[in-house]
Design a protein around this ligand. Structure first.
Ligand code: ATP
Ligand code: MN
Length: 532
């Protein structure tokens, strides 16, 4: 695991306008962990993994993510409240402030890259104020060989200064924190937030523009794994729906847990070199692969530890979004390099807190396009004291916050690829059964895994199906290892009328959300809409 230790190369940051910095270049994870502890910014957990608190921000801040509007982006980006424009001159001024802020400090610099296929490789230089953020970059991006460092030239530069706070009135930001992408200069600046996810999703957003526009490659917010005979499966889904959990399958080699490209040659490649798993209620029994990945080199974020450094995974007093990052090699069964061929099965994961959608259903091409553009999951938000209600959440392409182009661009590419490759598309509800949140319960992970394995092994080819009355989805009547009565969600509700009512309500949310895309959708896609 000890890569890149004893690096003798030194670099200067003067060209970036960062003067008199004390540069720690390409430190090893061990050194970065020591630095973090020395600075009092983290502790060693009983796993041997570093534990840090990311500060005020324990999640991304989508409203503070901007894209510089210039001749490159102006006509291509889908501007709005997801892709918020930023003035080029304001960017230059703010960049200078961030560079000045980093000047004279101890900073941590890492050369890394994204995209596990050389044809698409994007070199990244990250300049971090904090050593643990730099260790995160080590974990999450791909790690160049030492000999590559001499001639390393970055394609993108990231300046990451969590301690720097913008002045919204002068700087043009919404508040003190910001993440701004500049496609012309190929620079991302991130300030005022220590949440590490901004670093990885910054580069993801950059690739989501660059790959479809210049490289004829579809970028996807999905996990991926590959079976013994080389069949690749991909799992789309919004946060918390199970991409990381379900792609860690001891029977299949992991390609990656979050960001992939699908090339014109019908191959898949991971953008990243590591995983970023949720650890809320993590248990060795339910998620052994992720649990065992927590060892020296991993970074736990925002978890609560006792005096012995033991982690209480049930404690959400800092945030529900507790996380661990680790290099992909911390998972036992991985595909190296992180590439796959011949995608055979595509899963759309949703955590439906209304308890309406079937635990697994097979989609027609039209339904696949409709559900991809819809990008549905549900959130459970506390409304008033003691009342928690599910709220539908639609995010186009299962990742709208990271998609600079219009959603239909990605959807068209995906539809074409799915037809080309002749894939099966499955909608999997990893959310509620037996009633909505508060009444029913979350689908057992064991059952979801069984359903996915059956789909992957072709065992759902020859079983009988029935059609969902309201969503028009094809539901298998039997599935090995899963009680048949849960396969049709209506059966799991005591009150059938209540089920129908909820299902119609959810169908209504789908239709309302889709109305903004109708003008782009053909008949085939519109036939994929709910029927009831
Ligand atoms: P992100 O995009 O934020 O990384 P993700 O899609 O990777 O999100 P996971 O990290 O896999 O989501 O989170 C799924 C969570 O739901 C885990 O905490 C997992 O333990 C829990 N879970 C409970 N039941 C299921 C189920 N039936 N299927 C999948 N996950 C489940
Ligand atoms: Mn994940």
């Amino acid at each position: 695991m000890v890569e890149n230790t004893h690096i003798t190369k030194t670099i200067s940051l003067e060209d970036y306008g960062i003067t008199k910095a004390k540069v720690h270049y390409q430190l090893s994870p061990e050194e970065l962990q020591e630095e973090t502890i020395r600075l009092g910014q983290g502790v060693e957990s009983s796993f041997g993994a570093l534990a840090v608190n990311t500060g005020e921000f324990t999640g991304r801040s989508p409203k503070d993510r901007f894209i510089v509007k210039d001749e490159i982006t102006e006509d291509k980006v889908w501007w709005g409240d997801i892709n918020i424009p930023f003035d080029p001159e304001k960017f230059d001024k703010l960049y200078k402030k961030v560079a000045d802020y980093l000047g004279g400090r101890e900073v941590y610099v890492r050369d890394a890259y994204a995209c596990a296929d050389n044809k698409y490789r994007l070199n990244i230089r990250v300049v971090n104020e904090y050593p643990w953020s730099n260790m995160f970059a080590y974990n999450m991006f791909l790690r160049p060989e030492e000999e590559e460092l001499d001639s390393f030239k970055e394609d993108w530069l990231i300046l990451n200064a969590p301690g720097f706070k913008a002045n919204p009135e002068v700087d043009g930001t919404r508040q003190e924190n910001f993440a701004i992408l500049n496609f012309k200069k190929k620079i991302a600046i991130i300030g005022g937030t220590g949440y590490t996810g901004e670093i990885k999703k910054g580069i993801f957003s950059a690739l989501n523009f660059v790959l479809p526009v210049y490289k004829n490659t579809l970028p996807m917010h999905c996990s991926a794994n590959v079976g013994e005979d080389g069949d690749t499966a991909i799992f789309f889904g919004l946060s918390g729906t199970g991409k990381t959990t379900l792609s860690a399958d001891p029977e299949r080699r992991l390609i990656g847990d979050d960001e992939h490209g699908w090339t014109a040659e019908n191959t898949i490649f991971n953008f990243e070199g590591g995983c970023y798993a949720k650890v809320i209620n993590l248990s060795e029994e339910n998620e052994p692969d992720i649990y065992h990945a927590i060892k020296p080199g991993a970074i736990l974020e925002n978890v609560v530890l006792n005096e012995k450094g033991e982690v209480d995974f049930a404690n959400t007093s800092i945030t529900q979004n507790t996380r661990v990052s680790y290099p992909i090699s911390h998972i036992n069964n991985i595909q190296q390099p992180s590439r796959g061929e011949n995608p055979k099965n595509v899963f759309f994961l949703t955590a439906d807190a209304f308890g309406v959608l079937p635990p697994i259903s097979k989609l027609t091409p039209g339904q696949a396009a409709y559900h991809f553009i819809s990008g549905y999951t549900a959130k459970v938000a506390g409304t008033e004291a003691g009342v928690d209600e599910p709220i539908p959440s639609f995010s186009a392409c299962f990742g709208a916050p990271f998609m600079p182009l219009h959603p239909t661009k990605y959807a068209e590419m995906l539809s074409a690829k799915m037809k080309d490759a002749g894939v099966n598309v499955w909608l999997v509800n990893t959310g509620w059964t037996g009633g909505p949140y508060g009444v029913g319960s979350r689908m057992k992970l064991k059952y979801t895994r069984e359903m996915i394995s059956s789909a992957l092994e072709g065992k759902l080819e020859d079983v009988e199906y029935e059609t969902h009355e309201i969503f028009g989805l094809q539901m298998p009547k039997t599935c090995e290892g899963v009680p048949s009565e849960i396969l049709n969600p209506k059966n799991t509700w005591k009150d059938k009328e209540a089920y129908d009512k909820k299902a119609r309500e959810l169908a209504g949310f789908f239709k309302k959300n889709f109305s903004k895309f109708e003008e782009y959708a053909n008949d085939e896609i519109m036939n994929g809409a709910p029927i009831g």
